[in-house]
Design a protein around this ligand. Structure first.
Ligand code: SF4
Length: 323
């Protein structure tokens, strides 16, 4: 059987697709690189923004039109099951905890965590993926040993919310313990962390992981204005975020910090936006990923007053991208 896997969305989806590739091959199937060549098609979807959901729906519709057997995996079927059912597409769950080495690459994604319980007011992920689940330490270590044996040189430690890794496990372990264990199990492997919440970046965390991991970090900021962060139900303020950046720069000589920012959150005034602009201008991060806010049905933010015009959001996004 020839199988084509189309992956949309984040590194978690990439890790899950990589793991799926391995299982598809182990079952004696062949992986092909286009939908035209395939007998069966699996679309690993994303629903993190309205735009991502639209693209997932579009991809499913496109491949379904071929008349081939199509499966939908990932977040989109979990939040819009009716639309997927209408297309006659079968829904499958491919989240199995750990990412495998992507075929023919020297960089691997190790998915150590799934789900999220933070309930940021704009985000649909907690409804789509459920509560936080960590891959046990021993399984993470065994996976990285496997990567090293296959010649992988760099592993990205990924998950939906890796900062929560370990909280649900019986053994008292934290993300810093995980990094130390992985580094010890595969000493020649370059380890890079996926997106981090500012709350985990403490003096102790940095002191523990410095030297064990690359200095490439992605911090989740979302707004540089405290009142907007509060409405977003984020659990830090700008002072805490700044402290995280200062600590990472102190402990990692070659430090590269990127961040996500949402502009045009419901009720964001000109003054609030200017606070974000000034905060980011002063902080001088290495890269910004700027997203105009898009309401996700079923989230508290979608029901908030003060939804902004598309043009206002586009203008604010353009200004931040100039920084
Ligand atoms: S931390 Fe917030 S934005 Fe990130 S997945 Fe969880 S709820 Fe969504």
């Amino acid at each position: 059987m020839k199988v084509f896997i189309l992956t949309l969305g984040c590194k978690v989806n990439q890790a899950e697709s990589a793991s799926l590739e391995r299982r598809v091959l182990a079952m004696g199937n062949e992986l092909v690189s286009t939908a035209e060549e395939a007998d069966e098609i699996i679309v690993n979807t994303c629903a993190v923004t309205a735009e991502a959901a639209r693209k997932s729906r579009q991809a499913l519709r496109r491949v379904s039109a071929s008349g081939k057997k199509v499966y939908a995996a990932g977040c989109y079927p979990k939040i819009d099951r009716d639309a997927v059912d209408e297309l006659g597409v079968e829904i499958i769950d491919i989240a199995d905890g750990v990412g495998a080495k992507p075929v023919k690459r020297t960089r691997a994604l190790l998915k150590v965590q799934d789900g999220c319980e933070n309930y940021c007011s704009y985000c649909v992920i907690p409804y789509a993926r459920g509560e936080s689940k960590s891959l046990p330490l021993a399984e993470c270590v065994s996976a990285i040993r496997g990567f090293a044996a296959q010649g992988v040189k760099e592993t990205i430690i990924t998950g939906v919310e890796i900062s929560s890794w370990g909280y649900d496990l019986q053994e008292p372990v934290t993300l810093a313990d995980l990094i130390l264990a992985l580094s010890e199990a595969a000493p020649d492997m370059r380890l890079t962390l996926g997106s981090l919440e500012p709350r985990v970046v403490t003096d102790k965390f940095c002191e523990t992981i410095a030297g064990e991991i690359t200095g490439k970090f992605h911090l989740s900021l979302q707004s540089g204005c405290d009142s907007v962060l509060k409405r977003m139900n984020r659990r830090y303020d700008t002072a805490r975020f700044k402290e995280s950046v200062t600590l990472l720069r102190k402990y990692f000589m070659e430090c590269f910090i990127s961040a996500d920012v949402i502009v045009g959150f419901p009720g964001e005034t000109e003054e609030e936006f200017e606070q974000t602009y000034e905060f980011l201008r002063e902080l001088r991060l290495d890269k910004l990923h700027v997203f105009p806010y898009s309401p996700r049905p079923g989230t508290p933010a979608a029901e908030m007053n003060g939804q902004l015009e598309k043009a206002v959001k586009a203008l604010r996004a353009a200004r931040l991208r100039e920084i």
